[in-house]
Design a protein around this ligand. Structure first.
Ligand code: SAH
Length: 341
């Protein structure tokens, strides 16, 4: 059955017309799904019984089951959601002074193979549909009885490897008649799938683009991230500049510091010459150790030194607050789980 949450508003209008209904019904359904957040078609009381029956027969409303919920000392919550097949995914809720942010997964598993990331540990299963991406936010809003203000595509998966569904999910999240989360409050993070960065720049949406850079040196970066063998740093930077030119938006470079790997001032120098003058900022992340991972966290003292050095050389850099590491909810700690393991 088709998931009703896979449709953006325009598509839902067309879908309703195709089953002989008036298109304004789509707006009513959108309101029920994304503002009232009902869990069944039967609760959509301004629709005729006949239409509710049709919806029940032809569409799934996609309610995730919470299989597990962990809460960190810092208030971060990690959800393990059961999907309608045997799969399960993780999403994380973080509280900041500016509001609540959900970190969503975009795929079940990941193909990118980054050596430091737990999501690499288990083979790729499938892409999430746009409705399954959106449902992560709805389920958390329902569970916490609150409104989510920001969404980051930094959970399991490579969003640019599930481009169409991610883009459609953004359209659904964005819609003022639905969840109404502004594009400026949505960040998409990529390991560097260059052709998709160009495509994303041409979409004309005002999302923040985060690039998982982690090193300004091709040899080091390739040893951490196989994607660098397909699209090297120079190609990646060209695409980033195109994104900035097209959108006038600042790019966020993610840089996870691993001891004696990419964390000394020589590495900082390479980074400075690479991005100097670009409209960007650098997010420094103390690398989180994962099971069997060969990287260890850089010391806080060293991270501060790295940050200050960048700042002194005109690069805006901040250290990302570590949230949820006690419940394995921090960057790179999410894994695909299924109900059997
Ligand atoms: N595939 C996308 C989005 C998911 S990862 C991407 O690569 O950007 C979200 C962020 O967490 C990325 O910047 C990723 O590089 C980072 N990350 C992965 N493993 C990490 C780890 N062990 N410690 C710190 N950050 C990590």
């Amino acid at each position: 059955m088709k998931n009703i949450k896979d449709y953006n508003l325009e598509e839902l209008k067309a879908e309703l017309l195709s089953i002989g209904e008036k298109s304004f019904r789509a707006e009513q359904i959108f309101k029920w799904l994304y503002i009232d957040k009902v869990k069944s078609f039967d609760e959509m009381t301004n629709l005729s019984l006949d239409l509710r029956k049709k919806l029940n027969e032809n569409y799934d409303i996609c309610n995730f089951k919470i299989i597990k919920k962990l809460e960190s000392k810092d208030g971060t919550k990690k959800y393990l959601f059961g999907l309608s097949d045997e799969n399960a995914i993780e999403s994380v809720l973080m509280e900041y002074h500016f509001g609540k942010t959900v970190c969503v997964s975009s795929q079940i598993g990941c193909k990118m193979g980054c050596k430091f990331c737990a999501s690499t540990g288990i083979p790729f299963e499938r892409n999430l549909t746009s409705g399954e991406i959106v449902e992560q936010i709805i389920a958390i809003e329902q569970d916490t009885n609150s409104k989510i203000s920001n969404v980051v595509f930094m959970g399991i998966g490579e969003p640019m490897d599930n481009y169409d569904n991610v883009l459609n999910a953004i359209k659904i999240l964005n819609n003022p008649k639905g969840l109404n989360i502004g594009a400026r409050h949505i960040s998409v993070s990529t390991s560097g799938v260059v052709p998709r960065i160009y495509q994303f720049a041409d979409e004309n949406i005002q999302c923040t683009l985060s690039i998982s850079l982690h090193s300004a040196n091709n040899e080091t970066r390739s040893s951490m991230m196989p994607v660098n063998n397909a699209y090297n740093i120079q190609e990646l930077m060209k695409a980033c500049k195109y994104y900035i030119d097209k959108t006038n938006k600042r790019i966020s470079f993610e840089y996870a510091l691993a001891k004696d790997n990419n964390d000394n001032l020589k590495d900082a120098d390479e980074l400075i010459s690479l991005i100097k003058g670009m409209l960007c900022h650098v997010n420094l992340i103390p690398i989180n150790k994962i099971e069997n991972g060969k990287y260890t966290k850089s010391s806080l003292e060293n991270i501060i030194k790295f940050r200050d050095y960048l700042n002194e050389h005109g690069i805006v850099a901040t250290i990302r607050r570590e949230l949820g590491s006690d419940i394995d909810a921090a960057c790179g700690q999410l894994r695909r789980k299924n109900l059997k393991n």
